[in-house]
Design a protein around this ligand. Structure first.
Ligand code: NAI
Length: 252
């Protein structure tokens, strides 16, 4: 079944990692998809691509308008572009705080603001925000990043309330650690990449990192008309990291 047949989707940060996997899956399931990214040079057909910086309102508005005109409307917005930050509350200066909140929170505000007039013209409108387990669990060395994703979680709920009577559903996914180029860069920067990877894998009850395709599948579920009764939810895609409390395995 092609549940996205005839639907038009925009995926921010869609040139890499979770966003790319989502754009590919939406297209495979019948949607027409435009990727909005800082660097869309690797995006290939059938995906369409627009260069935009989510921190620049004019560039977001221009890209959203152009994408909606090219596709003939907009039904689905996947707000996925984001950047990371490491450290405790003492470690990031004001410029870093401003920068990460600008990309991770205001970036979603800008794309949603530009997309909403188009989404109102759809009978099956949905917004899915890429949040994080960092919004719901206290992770070490992630003060700024967690604050940004906590804001995304609250923004998702507020937007779901504001737009439910317009027929626009708003949900988010909360991934654990996902095997994407981003995490690859983090591992490369670690003193002992193999030990760092093993520690990240062990933190998830499934004992492995989440695959980008698994997050894409969750995003597509929330974006699909099949989830028409689901709005204002956060779907964990974290190998059980948020919900489970396992007993440690004791050496025998
Ligand atoms: P990635 O680094 O592989 O891809 C991010 C994409 O966003 C890139 O194509 C980049 O060019 C684009 N981007 C960055 N800043 C942008 C801007 N200002 N304007 C337009 N595009 C921009 O990252 P990944 O891992 O796929 O992450 C995607 C989302 O998933 C982010 O919101 C991240 O916070 C979230 N996430 C990632 C997790 C992970 O473990 N990889 C875990 C939980 C959430």
């Amino acid at each position: 079944m092609s549940d996205f047949e005839g639907l038009k989707a925009l995926v921010t940060g869609g040139a890499s990692g979770i966003g790319r996997a989502t754009a590919d899956l939406l297209a495979a399931r019948g949607a027409q998809v435009t990727v909005l990214d800082l660097d869309p040079s690797t995006v290939t057909k059938p995906l369409l691509a627009r260069r935009a910086d989510v921190t620049d309102d004019a560039s977001v508005r221009a890209a959203v308008e152009a994408a909606a005109a090219e596709m003939g409307g907009l039904d689905i917005l996947v707000n996925n572009a984001g950047i990371g930050a490491q450290g405790t509350v003492e470690d990031n200066d004001d410029a870093q705080w401003t920068r990460v909140l600008d990309v991770n929170v205001l970036g979603m505000v800008r794309t949603a603001r530009a997309a909403l007039p188009h989404l109102r013209g759809s009978q099956r409108a949905a917004i899915v925000n890429t949040c994080s387990i960092a919004a719901t669990a206290g992770l070490p060395q992630r003060a700024l990043y967690s604050a940004s994703k906590g804001a995304v979680l609250s923004l998702t709920l507020a937007m779901a309330a504001d737009h439910v009577r317009e027929g626009i559903r708003v949900n988010c996914v909360n991934p654990g650690t996902v095997d994407t180029p981003w995490v690859g860069r983090l591992l490369d920067a670690a003193d002992d990449p193999a030990a760092e990877r093993a520690a990240l894998e062990a933190r998830q009850p499934t004992g492995r990192l989440v695959a980008a395709g698994e997050v894409a599948a969750a995003i597509c579920y929330l974006a699909s008309p099949l989830a028409g009764a689901t709005t204002g939810t956060a779907l964990a895609v974290d190998g059980g990291m948020q919900g489970l409390r396992l007993r440690p395995v004791m050496p025998s």
